[in-house]
Write a protein that binds this ligand. Structure first.
Ligand code: KG4
Ligand code: ZN
Length: 324
């Protein structure tokens, strides 16, 4: 059984073929075209530019990904940018109609969680999943395939969004996350001790806009030298990582999970990977860095384990798709 998956929810255009043999998923192709160079020029994503680039990349990505025949199609239907989602969803519907194959609609966040099944076949439930990306900071408990419960998320900025906005305040290139990581790599001391918003709250929510404001107050009207930027970069990462780790550990304990799964672009951050690696007591799964950021293979994986195949007439993009 082989699934052709399409992912276009934000700035990537991705197509992938994944085969399931028994309990194992085999990645036959995972083509990812990014419009990041366009967004680096504008210092952030302009949705219409992202969609225009996706229209250019979609067919070439499909041509490259289609290394064999496929049985079903999976596509990200939301959440995401409407123009971007439409490119993938309408392409999937056209393929479904032309080749008479069923489509499986996939929630992008569930896709991030299932990136873990591309590299591990036996993940024990219940599992806790932390998704941290440019658009999301969410904690979920997965009781079994198809039964996922959202337990908390950001009240304002996502962790990646905070990195991107703070990167801009520091005069670093977009996206801010990797740039901040690079700047802070030789610093060992948390000189600025920025706030860790709602780290001790009873819920599993996050809030990162106060951190951005604290950095703004620190840098406003100043001409920062390189060492100051490096020290601020380290302290910002430490503040974000401390909050993400604290809430993850608390949720893992409270929900008595057997596994902790990570996903989303911010999980490429080495400090976060190291701190969770040191502190999580359950079995920790972190996808390879290339499967942490948006890709279609994770959408195929989610479709295999809890997808509901349907016909193209029933599929539509839903930018506000929430977590059911
Ligand atoms: O999952 P992703 O590729 O796209 C979304 O669905 O948003 O995540 C992109 C986000 C950006 O905000 C970027 O700054 C952040 O992930 N990011 C990082 C790192 N690499 C990417 N943040 C911190 N450290 C990194 N190494
Ligand atoms: Zn994503």
């Amino acid at each position: 059984m082989t699934i052709l998956a399409i992912e276009t929810s934000c700035d990537e255009t991705s197509a992938s073929l994944v085969e399931k043999k028994g309990n194992r998923l085999k990645l036959l192709s995972n083509i990812i075209s990014s419009s990041l160079p366009t967004h680096a020029k504008t210092g952030g994503i302009i949705p219409e530019n992202a969609a225009r680039e996706q229209i250019k990349f979609m067919i070439p990505a499909l041509k490259e990904a289609l290394v064999s025949d496929f049985d079903q199609i999976a596509v990200t239907v939301g959440p995401g940018l409407i123009g971007s989602l439409l490119v993938g969803v309408e392409t999937a519907k056209t393929l479904s109609y032309t080749f008479e194959k069923q489509i499986i609609p996939v929630n992008h966040l569930i896709g991030h969680i299932y990136a873990n099944w591309l590299e591990n076949e036996s993940i024990e439930f219940p599992a806790l999943s932390l998704i941290v990306s440019g658009g999301h900071t969410d904690l979920f408990v997965i009781e079994k395939h198809g039964k996922t419960k959202w337990i908390g998320g950001t009240r304002d900025d996502a962790a990646g969004e905070a990195f991107d906005k703070i990167g801009r305040l520091l005069g670093l290139p977009y996206p801010g996350g990797p740039a901040i990581e690079k700047m802070g790599k030789d610093i060992k001391v948390d000189s600025y001790n920025f706030p860790r918003p709602i780290i001790d709250s009873k819920d599993f929510d996050f809030s990162f806009s106060g951190l951005k404001t604290a950095v703004l107050r620190e840098v406003q009207g100043k001409k920062l030298n390189d060492e100051q930027i490096q020290r601020i970069s380290f302290s910002v990462q430490k503040a974000v990582v401390d909050v993400l780790v604290a809430k993850t550990l608390k949720a893992a304990k409270e929900f008595k999970v057997k596994s902790v799964l990570l996903g989303g672009g911010v999980t490429a951050n080495q400090m976060l990977r190291d701190e969770l690696g040191k502190n999580v007591k359950q079995k920790l799964f972190i996808p390879s860095k290339s499967l942490c950021t948006d890709n279609a293979a994770m959408i195929a994986a989610a479709a295999f384990y809890n997808g509901k195949p349907t016909t193209w007439q029933k599929i539509s993009a839903n930018p506000q798709l929430s977590f059911a």
